[in-house]
Design a protein around this ligand. Structure first.
Ligand code: ADE
Length: 261
């Protein structure tokens, strides 16, 4: 996959060169290019922002450097039938989820436009829609200083789904959100540590029992920490024993859907 990031702080993205994603770049699985938006300005001060029309606090990113930067990225992207995806990190975007990461991992390329200040002139998104599939995406309901940290999170979440990036692909299957539930708790040696013991079942060697315990823990954890993830689920997805646990955790079936009492 090819990833292009446009930012006024290219150094901010440096951690994407480390660890698993660094190796993925060495192995040719991921091609990451970071572009400095200021390289696409024409004035002596390399100006990227200006005051907002209509007044108000803060500055807005000027449109022309963005168009030039995105045109330069487009010129480097291989020809495809479908428009390439442009992700614009913004607290006003759709929320980034594991499902979206999985969808984006299928794309041949992703381009990210990191806004700063109060945001990018809205006309850039209108213009970009003529060349890209534009998706404003939010990391969550809070405000960051700019898109760079959001891009790091998104590139890491997508990059680790590319075949060959994570050594054991099975570890992608049993993790939080891969099946809509939170992951079960994990333990390692010693079996007794500072008065805290590993649950007996994990030492039993009975794989059937262990699998059942882990699944039950997923339900307990999800109900305690993220009850909305279970709300509305189709009970047909669960075994009889699992439905029993869900009932114990306060869920009932109403009109064929799980509802919390
Ligand atoms: N930029 C500022 N806040 C953001 C957020 N919550 N998600 C993505 N990009 C952002």
């Amino acid at each position: 996959m090819r990833v292009d990031v446009v930012s006024i702080f290219p150094e901010y993205l440096a951690p994407l060169r480390l660890s698993l994603l660094g190796r993925a770049q060495e192995d040719g699985i991921l091609q990451l290019s970071v572009h400095d938006l200021r390289d696409f300005t024409a004035d002596r001060h390399r100006t990227v922002d200006d005051t907002p029309y209509g007044g108000g606090a803060g500055m807005v990113m000027k449109p022309e450097p963005w168009a030039l930067a995105l045109e330069a990225v487009l010129a480097e992207l291989p020809e495809t039938n479908e428009a390439p995806t442009l992700i614009v990190p913004s607290p006003a975007g759709e929320v980034f989820t594991q499902a979206l990461a999985e969808e984006l991992a299928q794309e041949p390329s992703l381009t990210f436009a990191c806004g700063r200040y109060e945001g990018i002139d809205e006309r850039v998104l209108e213009w970009a829609a003529e060349h890209f599939r534009v998706r404003p995406v939010s990391l969550g309901d809070y405000v960051l200083n700019g898109g760079e940290v959001a891009v790091m999170a998104m590139v890491e979440a997508v990059g680790r789904l590319l075949p060959g990036v994570v050594g054991n692909p099975e570890s992608l299957v049993e993790e939080s959100h891969s099946d809509g539930l939170l992951e079960y708790p994990v333990y390692t040696k010693p079996s007794s540590w500072r008065g805290h013991d590993v649950p007996d079942v994990l030492l039993s060697g009975n794989h059937g029992l262990i699998a059942r315990w882990r699944r039950e823990q997923q339900f307990r954890r999800t109900a305690a920490r993220r009850p909305e993830l279970l709300e509305g689920a189709d009970p047909a997805e669960f075994t009889g024993r699992e439905r029993e646990v869900l009932r114990e955790l306060g869920y009932d079936v109403v009109d064929g859907r799980l509802v919390r009492q």
